[in-house]
Design a protein around this ligand. Structure first.
Ligand code: EPS
Length: 385
């Protein structure tokens, strides 16, 4: 990362999750309700597990903001785990060992590789941090970034487009409404959503889990964020990395994505036209708003595919690291389907990368300078040819 960076800390059943965010400019107005709104959205979704009934995630800001405005200092965010009070002995920092060890590792989880790599004898030492609970901290960071982006006229929204093989019908979706809905699955095709819910019910009854696909959309980004000049400056690469680095994500597509491998160039590339003031426009957006590793001024569209969660109530065949025998994998309380939650995490990771790209281009000290530079730049590149 450039001048902007963040780190998270905290175990799923530890005292709290913490994030430190460095590099946001001074003079950004912060509304804590915006952060808490996204934290609540991440908790929602048909198919979430019992943990979400225990938690009411809220962020405290414990450094970097004064009188609701950033000062340019590192910002520390803290989200308390309410469930911690049920885990004080099993997750004690200095106390005696307590609780059953988790030894029947789960296929698809970090359990086994983590145990071997870090020389542990209890998968809890791995799963506590591998858990998608950590994404609450990322959502809080992403919400801060969204406040910065909103001040720059940039919006990040998402929708769920597939769950367990049931896809939305694009023709049923008014894309201008995405970000304004309150559907349980963050889905904008109500017919498909009902079928998705049925599919989740079936999976639940079978002790199974489901994955799916979500789309993150960025509106209002100026053209020219990212760069074609070096591999690690390409914004498409950074977005793909950030989305792939969300727990359980197995694939990322930008724009038409894998379809680009099926169709000829004439049906993929977005043709350009000129309006009466010599401004360039396109009638299609199969590039997903990114050409040559840079934003091209169109809406950015990135899709990510989440695998089904590896904790099955009808467990898969696995091994026990203690008894050295073949067993059924362990059962931990978990979700049946968390694709809608992942879509909120996808927004956060996208907002983080877009913030980094904006700060790389427009500086990162004071909001006033960034907004002035952005306005000048928009005037230069958005006028006619
Ligand atoms: C999650 C919290 C976890 C799980 C889920 C996501 O809580 P608990 O383990 O106490 O039930 O519900 O975690 C996983 C799917 C996982 O693989 O660890 C959350 O806050 O999102």
């Amino acid at each position: 990362m450039g001048n902007f960076r963040f780190l998270t800390a905290g175990e799923s059943h530890g005292q709290c999750l913490t994030a430190i965010v460095e590099g946001l400019p001074a003079g950004l107005k912060i509304d804590i309700n915006e952060i808490n709104r996204d934290l609540a959205r991440r908790q929602q979704g048909y198919g979430r597990g019992g943990r979400m009934k225990i938690e009411t995630d809220k962020a405290d800001i414990i450094s970097g903001v004064r009188f609701a405005e950033t000062m340019g200092d590192p910002i520390t965010l803290r989200i308390v785990n309410r469930d911690w009070q049920n885990w004080t002995e099993r997750m004690s920092v200095f106390g005696e060992e307590a609780g059953e060890k988790v030894t029947a590792v789960r296929p698809g989880h970090a359990d086994l590789t983590g145990i071997l790599k870090y020389d542990r004898n209890d998968a809890r030492d791995i799963l506590e941090r591998a858990s998608a609970r950590e994404t609450a901290a990322r959502v809080a960071v992403g919400a801060l970034c969204k406040e910065f982006l909103a001040a720059c006229g940039i919006q990040v929204v998402s929708q769920v487009v597939r769950i367990g093989g049931i896809s939305v019908n694009e023709a049923n979706i008014d894309r201008s409404m995405i970000g304004k809905g309150d559907s349980e699955l963050n889905c904008y095709d109500s017919v498909a959503e009902e079928l998705m819910k049925k599919k989740i019910q079936e999976a639940m009854a079978n002790g199974d889990t489901l994955g799916g696909v979500f789309e993150v959309i960025v509106r209002g980004a100026p053209l020219g964020l990212g760069s074609h000049i070096q591999w690690d400056k390409r914004l498409d690469g950074k977005l793909a990395w950030a989305l792939m680095a969300i727990q359980a994500i197995k694939g990322v597509e930008i724009g038409a994505g894998f379809k680009c491998g099926d169709l000829p160039g004439s049906q993929i590339h977005d043709e350009m036209f000129l309006d009466s003031e010599s401004r360039v426009y396109r009638k299609t957006n199969r590039a997903g708003g990114l050409e040559g590793g840079m934003t091209n001024g169109e809406e950015i569209s990135v899709k990510a595919c989440m695998k089904p969660i590896p904790t099955l109530m009808q467990p898969l065949n696995s091994v026990d690291i203690k008894s050295k025998s073949e067993v059924s994998a362990c059962k931990e309380r978990s979700d049946v389907c968390a694709v809608s939650a992942a879509s909120v995490v996808g927004e956060a990771m996208t907002a983080i990368i877009m913030t980094e790209a904006m700060l790389d281009k427009f500086g990162c000290d004071a909001m006033v300078d960034i907004l002035e530079g952005l306005e000048r730049y928009r005037q230069r590149v958005q006028g006619g040819l």
